[in-house]
Design a protein around this ligand. Sequence first.
Ligand SMILES: Cc1cc2nc3c(=O)[nH]c(=O)nc-3n(C[C@H](O)[C@H](O)[C@H](O)COP(=O)(O)OP(=O)(O)OC[C@H]3O[C@@H](n4cnc5c(N)ncnc54)[C@H](O)[C@@H]3O)c2cc1C
Length: 402
Amino acid sequence: MSDLPILIAGGGIGGLAAACGLARKGRRSIVVEQAAKLGEIGAGIQIGPNAFHCFDYLGVGDEAREKAVYIDALRLMDAQTAEDITSIPLDQPFRDVFGNPYAVVHRADLHGVLLKYCEDSPLVDIRTSHVVEGYEQDGSSVTLKVKDRDPIRGALLIGAEGLRSPIRQQMVGDGEPRISGHTTYRSVIPTEQMPEDLRWNAATLWAGPKCHIVHYPLKGWKVFNLVVTYHRDVQEAISGRPVSKEEVAQGFEHIHPKARQIIEHGSDWKLWVLCDREPISNWVDGRVALLGDAAHPMLQYFAQGACMAMEDAVALSHCLEHHGEDIANALQIYQEMRKVRTARVQMNSRLIGEYIYHPDDAKAAVRNHVMRGMSPQDWYRQLSWIYGSTGLDDSGVRAAAE
Ligand SMILES: Cc1cc2nc3c(=O)[nH]c(=O)nc-3n(C[C@H](O)[C@H](O)[C@H](O)COP(=O)(O)OP(=O)(O)OC[C@H]3O[C@@H](n4cnc5c(N)ncnc54)[C@H](O)[C@@H]3O)c2cc1C
């Protein structure tokens, strides 16, 4: 491969994970980020065993493990009756099956672990306040166009600038993302503020008609992450707008008081309108490839967007290590490794939203009936393609990590 650096547009979880993976393989990269300071908003994310396989490959396993809270279960409650529907135990048998735990972590902590690795590495050059606009390429290099700055030349370019990636727009040209109409409100509160009878060591989902509530502990149990979602058919994409408690509570009158009280206890609520895109089968153009949300943005319902971005980073590093003498070919192999798995997660995220998170009436009764009958072993089988060795073998990630 040429001596030119690898260019990475976007310094989110995906872009930084790619820089870590490439540095581990001895590759130099420049991360180009529009923000003046790198960081993530103050909220939590769930990370499946597949993300832990990636942490180890990316060289941040111990640091990431240290920041995580190891919850006991994924608990699904009926938000109308406050009855348990099902619970997936995340105990030792789960870890034995999937080779790693399931956990929750503060976004800023996870991003911080990746950032520290990059900052400590002489192979990663991070340039903030750089707004990416597009690219040009010839047979031997690619040039990144940056607003009001000199262009940057590299051996290849990774577009990791998220849902509204300019690199994707130039390559794929599929316009604005699809607005789901689902509004999500997020709040992080001190644990003392969380109702005592709900301080469960679980990622808990209260599922109700057209709405749901999620909560779990973070930061060594110092805070609780609250997420409240309502399908309000909003047609405007909104990101991080502060909203009042009263606005969050609208439409939750039919929800059991035990679940509804969570809205009362939240503070500093912020609103997002969720967006995704249709899966596509080509996100590579010569020496340019997409990664993370730029390639396959999804609704949050499978809790896998960041996990998929990290898997992409592993697969990309693996392909460049083994096929880097022909970059265009290496990127095609990367895409082949990733496209079915990531499209499957995109599609499943929508289905889960419709049939598990938000169904009403007879559909909710079917959900409760089917899920109440499931044993831990049934769950392991259902989830093995995403969390387990067989699922990861499909993408080559587990194989690459070993
Ligand atoms: C409510 C919610 C809950 C979620 N929960 C989970 C979960 O539990 N588990 C999970 O795995 N995932 C979850 N996700 C998904 C996850 O947050 C995303 O999939 C993940 O952050 C994508 O990372 P990324 O690096 O690809 O993109 P982003 O995080 O969007 O990062 C893109 C970066 O590029 C920068 N950028 C953008 N445009 C430009 C430009 N023109 N020039 C330069 N830089 C630019 C941005 O500033 C940003 O730093 C959730 C998402 C939401 C909305």
